[in-house]
Design a protein around this ligand. Sequence first.
Ligand code: 6GU
Length: 258
Amino acid sequence: MHIDIFTLFPSMFVGPFGESIVKRAQEANLASIAIHDIRDWAPGKHHQCDDTPYGGGGGMVMKPEPVFYAVEAVLGMGPGDPPPCPIILLTPQGERFTQQTARELSCHERLALVCGRYEGIDERVREHLIAREISIGDYVLSGGEPAAIVVVDAVIRLLPGALGDPSATFDDSHASGLLEYPHYTRPAAFRGWAVPEILLSGHHANLSRWRREASLYRTWLRRPDLLQAANLSEADRAFLRRLETDPVREGSPDRQDP
Ligand code: 6GU
């Protein structure tokens, strides 16, 4: 997969893309990421990229020309040509980014991400260049750059081979529609806090039932909204019905004392 990112702050990406999974995916040629400074395509001596809004009101608006020129040059499009890949705008007005969005985006050979800044971007960019608008949640960031970093991370880790263990994304929180079960590693006891015994028992059937129930329990406690859309077995539903009458799960770090 190749990802082109268009931004007024290219240096914001250096740290995040130079570490961990995203770095390794680039080294393994599973992904390539190119950061483009929109300012390089801004006409005029001062390369001005923002201006005051028509009609007044506060703040600055991103000018259309630098964004069109940058995206068209990098994607090899003439004016009005169909783009070779989805062009996505990161904006708080976009659809909410979810694991499903990440899965969809991971199927493309190529993506282009445009980071919005200031109070907004000239509406003609949205109307005539952008295919899709994405927000990473209901809060305000100073620009789309941190959102682009989030999207790239979530998408790249889904590319086949990006993670050491190919089954590693299967149990991830949100991958199955549920939150993940709690994890433990050595030592078996730390400051008198013991790891749940079932995890040391090596009994695989009991272990997978414990994990499933811990996952259901945690989701029920923290994100009950997710249970509506989750893919639940009859055993899962029976467990959740029991929780409604007896909400204390013994030995769980989520256990709520009455
Ligand atoms: Cl994509 N951009 C900005 N500026 N704020 C956000 C966002 C994006 N997603 C959530 N808040």
